[in-house]
Each structure stands twice: as structure tokens, then as C-alpha cells.
Design a protein around this ligand. Structure first.
Ligand code: GLN
Length: 196
């Protein structure tokens, strides 16, 4: 059985925990870096990436998060979480955790549309997914090993690169848990591979 952590420094933590639990898997709110050792995969929630980065530094999480990625454990960045795992952020010299080979742009759907909902077809996952976008980033560029899973208005809003899954929207804010379930499958596969 796998355990999935949700980085609990800021943002939509409780909803992600509920979504993981709705898939029948144990979820752990990660408040201390030592807890990362207990879990097989990690969700980085939406919220505010600059605030989250400040808290990552304040609570000394950065090396442990990079080590988690190096160990091959799956990470799922949603909205601000996607900004945290991206290797490039438009307008910034340095990335945050910088592990997924994508370039993201923050707040890229314009000020007028702070938030909106759109039905998405997410490749290999689900059709008609009710995606909630809140001051969402999008992926402006993706490396050769990145698989594009969904677009909205011609912009990439969901993608996977091996152990990394990222989306612009908030999958935890709907009753449809299929994207979370897809991530949990990634976590199970990664763990089985390690044991094999
Ligand atoms: N705009 C936020 C940021 O740049 C992300 C918004 C969200 O996570 N809902 O961090």
C-alpha cells in the first residue's frame, strides 16, 4: 500500500487530502521535512507560489524536496505547485524546486478572468474534467520528454514527465478524483519498480 503526502505549508491542503482519501489511499499532511521519508509520492497544492517558496526556505524544506525528486518519487504540482516544480518560470532567473522540464508563466490567463471553470479532455485520464482555474499559470514550453495531457485555449494546462505531473488548475476542488487517481497510479508504479 502506498502513502501520499500533501505539502502542508500553505494552500488547498485539506481538499487534496480528501481527494487522495476518496481514492482509498492514506494521505499525510507534510508539515516537517522529516515526514517526506514516510511517503511514496507528494502533492504540491495550489496557493501562492512566492509565499510557499518563502515557507519552504523558512522551514528548510528545499534540499529534502530535491532529494525526494532525485529518489524517483512522483510529485504532482497543481497550480502554484506546478510553478514550484517547473525548471523555468518566465521572468525569474532561478526556478524553485526546478525538477520538471517545463517553462511556466504565472497568472497567465489575464486579470479579468481571475477564475473560471472549463471542461477538459485529459489524455489517458478522463474526458470532460471540470477544471477550476484560479489565477492560473500555464506551460509555455515543454522539453522533449514531456507529454502534453491537456490544453485550454491552445495553452498547455496539464503535462507529465516521467515521475512528474503538473496542472494549471485545481483538481481537488471538484468531486471528480480521476486526475488524483491517475497520480496515485504513478505512485504505485514507482514504488513497485523500486521494490522489483
Ligand atoms: N497565481 C498563483 C501563483 O503564482 C497561483 C494560483 C493558484 O495556485 N491558484 O503562485
Amino acid at each position: 500500500m502506498v502513502k501520499v503526502g500533501v505539502l502542508a505549508l500553505q494552500g488547498a491542503v485539506r481538499e487534496h487530502i480528501q481527494s487522495v482519501e476518496a481514492c482509498g489511499v492514506e494521505a499525510v499532511a507534510i508539515k516537517h521535512k522529516e515526514q517526506l521519508e514516510e511517503v511514496d509520492g507528494l502533492v504540491l497544492p495550489g496557493g501562492e507560489s512566492t509565499t510557499m517558496r518563502r515557507l519552504i526556505d523558512k522551514y528548510d524544506f528545499m534540499d529534502a524536496l530535491k532529494e525526494f525528486a532525485r529518489a524517483g518519487k512522483p510529485m504532482f504540482g497543481t497550480c502554484a505547485g506546478l510553478i514550484l516544480i517547473a525548471k523555468n518560470v518566465v521572468g525569474y532567473k532561478e526556478p524553485h524546486i526546478g525538477v520538471m522540464d517545463v517553462t511556466v508563466e504565472r497568472n497567465s490567463f489575464g486579470r479579468q478572468v481571475d477564475s473560471f471553470e472549463a471542461d477538459l479532455d485529459i489524455k489517458d485520464v478522463v474526458g470532460n474534467f471540470p477544471a477550476v482555474f484560479i489565477r492560473a499559470p500555464h506551460i509555455v514550453d515543454a522539453g522533449p520528454d514531456v507529454e502534453i495531457l491537456a490544453k485550454h485555449d491552445d495553452r498547455i494546462v496539464a503535462a507529465r514527465e516521467g515521475q512528474f505531473l503538473g496542472c494549471s488548475f485545481h483538481p481537488e476542488l471538484t468531486d471528480n478524483h480521476q486526475l488524483t487517481a491517475y497520480f496515485i497510479e504513478m505512485v504505485k508504479e514507482a514504488k513497485q519498480k523500486k521494490l522489483a
